[in-house]
Design a protein around this ligand. Structure first.
Ligand SMILES: Nc1nc2c(ncn2[C@@H]2O[C@H](COP(=O)(O)OP(=O)(O)OP(=O)(O)O)[C@@H](O)[C@H]2O)c(=O)[nH]1
Ligand SMILES: [Mg+2]
Length: 293
């Protein structure tokens, strides 16, 4: 019988890491995090799925995040949202709903909408007006984004169903690219965030590619909340968009792994738990407002 050797903890580097995690992370508790999310329910007869919209720069890791969530619940590596390894033009071009499957093939009560990236080096990207329409539930499944012309949404009499509306704006920012983000992208993201605020929609930031931003974390993902670099990058995200630190979640997406990994899953689950719960609060408020109108 082989005995698993515990690796020796590396000597802390005071200039690069805090002495202890500044945000507690339940590394040993993946089971209960996952169980709670599997039990999550929307508890409203008109809304089967809570809709979450991912928004961000081309190549930020939007599709990879959706796949990573799906991987956790399927217990294997999946690729429902296609990912491109060569950044440049947005690989995702259409508005598509991604269901999160259980192992038995049924769906969890939250869905992600993946969209075209905001801006690539070629200056192309999804028009802000289209994303605002998507938040309001006015964009139909399969709609193809056209960077040079936004969808016409002059349909004042159309009230989208509660199920078509979005309940959390999930901004995706890559930790290794945040310092070089184009002003145009930041401006677009801020505009979208302002509109989301007007709709009383909660907003979070998922900060991806933490392994590319910090060698400590590349070596050991459990150092994520010890790393000074990662906290710095989170602060940068917060400054760019005005989202408070407690709504920013650094994650590493599955991108080269071929097997599930406890620590990747814990970060994804912890972020998702916060997202679906604040989204559900937003749904409840919207239902109450609809009744009182
Ligand atoms: N190292 C690392 N690579 C990542 C991570 N997340 C995504 N990637 C890689 O980053 C690249 C872009 O990821 P995508 O998920 O396609 O990004 P996207 O935001 O959907 O991009 P568009 O659809 O083109 O707008 C791919 O090569 C991914 O494998 C991560 O956490 N770490
Ligand atoms: Mg994509």
């Amino acid at each position: 019988m082989s005995i698993k050797q515990e690796s020796q903890p590396s000597t802390p580097q005071p200039n690069k890491e805090f002495g202890k995690e500044w945000r507690k992370t339940p590394w040993q508790d993946k089971g209960s995090l996952e169980k709670n999310l599997r039990k999550f329910n929307v508890s409203h007869s008109d809304v089967k799925y809570i809709r979450l919209l991912v928004v961000g720069e081309v190549g930020a890791g939007k599709s990879s995040f959706i796949n990573s969530v799906n991987n956790v619940f399927q217990g294997r590596i999946t690729s429902g949202a296609l990912v491109d390894a060569t950044s440049g033009k947005s690989f995702t071009k259409a508005y598509k709903t991604h269901y999160i499957y259980r192992e038995d093939g049924s769906c969890l009560p939250f869905v992600f909408n993946d969209i075209m990236g905001l801006e690539g080096p070629d200056g192309c990207g999804a028009p802000v007006e289209d994303i605002i329409s998507a938040l309001a539930g006015l964009v139909e499944e399969g709609y193809k984004f056209n960077p040079v012309s936004a969808k016409t949404t002059s349909t004042p009499n159309c009230t989208p169903s509660l199920g078509a509306q979005t309940y959390c704006l999930v901004n995706i920012i890559a930790a290794d690219k945040v310092s070089r983000m184009d002003d145009k992208v930041i401006k677009k993201m801020k505009n979208i965030r302002e509109k989301a605020s007007e709709m009383d929609m909660p907003q979070v930031i998922i900060m991806t590619r933490v392994d590319e931003a910090c060698p400590l974390v590349k070596d050991d993902i459990r150092k994520i909340y010890n790393s000074k670099k990662i906290k710095e990058k989170m602060q940068e995200c917060s400054n760019h968009l005005g989202v408070p630190m407690n709504h920013i979640f650094p994650v590493k997406n599955y991108h080269e792994e071929i097997d599930p990994d406890n620590d990747i899953d814990v970060l994804i689950l912890k972020a998702l738990d916060q997202i679906v719960n604040i989204a559900k609060d937003a749904l409840m408020i919207r239902i109450a407002n609809t009744k009182s109108e």
